[in-house]
Ligand binder design. Structure first.
Ligand SMILES: [Zn+2]
Ligand SMILES: [Zn+2]
Length: 234
């Protein structure tokens, strides 16, 4: 297991165990990874040829274009887009499309639609970090205790984590791992369910004088739990 991932993974689990409102530790890492990638491409490494070759080929998804726009590095963006457009131009030719050539040209455009330099890099690193967390549960007793204090895992990251564990974890550790993470999820969904129910009750005039307890942001928290929290505003 690559050492470079153990530090950020430990930091994310430290953060959410101290501040449960930060939520899923893999969402914390997901956000950090994409911020780092955006810093790199719009910062000093913008003109690095090996990065530029990839950004020219892959382009970006709308979410990441919008995140780049917010950084207001307009010349940097102009330069990145200038050379990306050259790549897109190649995919637009030839002028007349017939038979197999047309299928290939449509395929090339579809590929472009689906590809994003930031998404690709982020997802690759996040997968390695999920693998690292599963490995650390087995190898590091301190991390195991830390993981037990996780407030919850969002469902997509929970699914990715147990999928990896089921495939790669030694069979003697897997039951303990699974019962630990399952317990975290069960506890959270129980309180979340209660909070959402109370939230709905509060719209009934008979509950006007009752306090909100922990229910005011329960709809937002439920969405975070179900879908993850892809940017810092979530
Ligand atoms: Zn998550
Ligand atoms: Zn993207």
């Amino acid at each position: 297991m690559e050492q470079i991932y153990t530090i950020p993974v430990n930091e994310a689990f430290d953060l959410v165990s101290e501040k449960p409102e930060c939520g899923c530790p893999f969402c914390v890492l997901f956000r950090r990874l994409q911020e780092d990638e955006l810093d790199i491409i719009l910062g000093a490494s913008m003109m690095e040829p090996d990065i530029r070759i990839k950004t020219n080929e892959q382009g970006f998804c709308l979410t990441h274009y919008q995140m780049m726009l917010k950084r207001k590095r307009m010349l940097g963006m102009g330069l990145i887009l200038e050379s990306h457009l050259e790549e897109v131009k190649k995919r637009l030719s030839p002028k007349m499309l017939l038979g197999n050539k047309m299928t290939a040209a449509i395929g090339a455009l579809f590929e472009l639609e689906e590809s994003c330099y930031v998404c690709t890099r982020r997802d690759k690193n996040l997968n390695a970090m999920i693998a690292t967390a599963v490995y650390l549960f087995e190898a590091d007793p301190d991390f195991r205790e830390k993981l037990k204090r996780t407030p919850y895992f969002c469902l997509p990251h929970y699914r990715m984590m147990i999928d990896y564990a089921q495939k790669k974890m030694p069979k003697r550790i897997l039951p303990d791992f699974y019962s630990t993470v399952h317990e975290i999820q069960e506890r959270y969904i129980y309180t979340l369910g209660n909070d959402v129910s109370w939230f709905c009750k509060k719209f009934d005039y008979r509950y006007d004088d009752e306090p909100w307890y922990n229910s005011k942001d329960s709809v937002q928290r439920t969405i975070k739990f179900l879908s993850g929290a892809p940017d810092e505003n979530n």
